[in-house]
Design a protein around this ligand. Structure first.
Ligand code: AMP
Length: 191
């Protein structure tokens, strides 16, 4: 099993690159943002709770997303590996993920961390908001709140994996294919 985390701030290209990576490496894509948006569409109690946080650009509570990931792992017993996108986003989530993967004897192989300037992030998110139908992409103050959450709570997750020598920084600017090739080079070194 090959498990990897695609890491980076909102707008760094995690979703776009995830699609290409799962196609190439046959991994199961687990995006907590996508899972939460699907709960919201179905108006489940979990979705309704999550929406209050997402509308403000705040992180959803750890126990909610950890529970979702735990079920997703159980529901895909035959996966060749998982690509985690947008998860873990706090140190507590990272520790919980490691425990869940320990049970499967399939630890995280590598965290690929996309680096993009803040100015470029805001530009990309506002552009995405024109077509994504995501309300959290159209309002600049919500976008800034999401980036602040990233700095305050999520950036430390890279430090957590650095202690195990699992982090590779990847330049997240350039064409989609250039970035994809950089990611593949790092994966092929570890696979
Ligand atoms: P994303 O699609 O990854 O940009 O996530 C959209 C929103 O969903 C975030 O701004 C958070 O409110 C929420 N969210 C997604 N993943 C997580 C997570 N791992 N932990 C907490 N909140 C999350």
């Amino acid at each position: 099993m090959f498990n990897l985390i695609l890491f980076g701030p909102p707008g760094s290209g995690k979703g776009t690159q995830s699609e290409k990576l799962i196609a190439k490496y046959g991994l199961k894509h687990l995006s907590t943002g996508d899972l939460l948006r699907s709960e919201i569409r179905e108006q489940t109690p979990l979705g309704k709770e999550a929406q209050n946080f997402m509308d403000k650009g705040q992180l959803v509570p750890d126990e909610v997303v950890i529970g979702m990931i735990s079920s997703a792992l159980d529901n895909n017993p035959n996966a060749k590996g998982f690509l985690f996108d947008g998860f873990p986003r706090t140190a507590a989530q990272a520790e919980a993920l490691d425990k869940l993967l320990e049970l499967k004897e399939a630890p995280i192989a590598v965290m690929l961390a996309l680096e993009v300037s803040e100015e470029e992030l805001i530009k990309r998110l506002l552009k995405r908001g024109e077509t994504s139908g995501r309300s959290d992409d159209t309002n600049e103050s919500v976008i800034r709140a999401r980036i602040t959450e990233y700095h305050n709570k999520t950036a430390v997750v890279a430090d957590y994996y650095k202690q195990f020598d699992k982090v590779e920084m990847v330049k997240g600017e350039g064409t989609i294919d250039e970035i994809f090739n950089r990611l593949c080079t790092e994966i092929d070194k570890r696979a």
